[in-house]
Design a protein around this ligand. Structure first.
Ligand SMILES: CC(C)(COP(=O)(O)OP(=O)(O)OC[C@H]1O[C@@H](n2cnc3c(N)ncnc32)[C@H](O)[C@@H]1OP(=O)(O)O)[C@@H](O)C(=O)NCCC(=O)NCCS
Length: 150
């Protein structure tokens, strides 16, 4: 497995991987290639993919939170999102992706990274907990976890 920055040409393969998550009932957000290009690949600090051969196994995006972002993440923190194919789950893909994101967060001087995770998403909480993100605020839908870099 190789972890590398996502390229615009990866958008169709990333979209196919996200469609697998939709089919498995693990995603309700858009998964088309245009959304992948604008929401994940461009505009953030780093968008990493885990690749095996021609296949995309997973994606992690790290963005700098702007004022008024949809998650209410404090401005200047990182916002992280992780999406791993159900076929590749629990094989260390997420762990490998986070190593790359953490290095990028350190390089960018982020004070903290936040993950906004639906309350019912036990695997998401298990994963981010294992990556040392701790719960620190919640609303009716989600529990947000933070990873402090300072
Ligand atoms: C959550 C998710 C990102 C985990 O990715 P992954 O590649 O399977 O994670 P890893 O194999 O690197 O696991 C790292 C650690 O996280 C924890 N973990 C991962 N999946 C878990 C699960 N289903 N239940 C409990 N803990 C879990 C474990 O501690 C694991 O270490 P271990 O396997 O040595 O015990 C992946 O399942 C996924 O994309 N799910 C759907 C989308 C999602 O929920 N995204 C995150 C919330 S926004």
């Amino acid at each position: 497995m190789l972890i590398r920055p996502a390229a615009l040409e990866d958008a169709p393969a990333i979209s196919a991987m996200l469609q697998e998550l939709v089919a498995a009932g693990k995603r309700t957000a858009r998964a088309d290639a245009d959304f992948v290009r604008t929401h994940y690949i461009t505009g953030g600090l780093l968008c990493s993919v885990a690749v095996e051969g021609d296949e995309i196994l997973g994606l992690q995006s790290l963005k700098r939170a702007e004022a008024g972002n949809p998650y209410d993440t404090p401005e200047g923190w990182g916002i992280i999102g992780t999406h791993v194919s159900p076929r590749a789950a629990r094989k260390g893909v997420g762990r490998g992706l986070f190593a790359a994101s953490l290095a990028a967060a350190e390089q960018a001087g982020l004070p903290a990274i936040e993950a906004y995770i639906q309350r019912s998403n036990t695997e998401g909480h298990g994963y981010y907990g294992a990556m040392s993100f701790r719960p620190w605020r919640e609303d009716d839908k989600a529990i947000a976890r933070r990873y402090d870099l300072t």
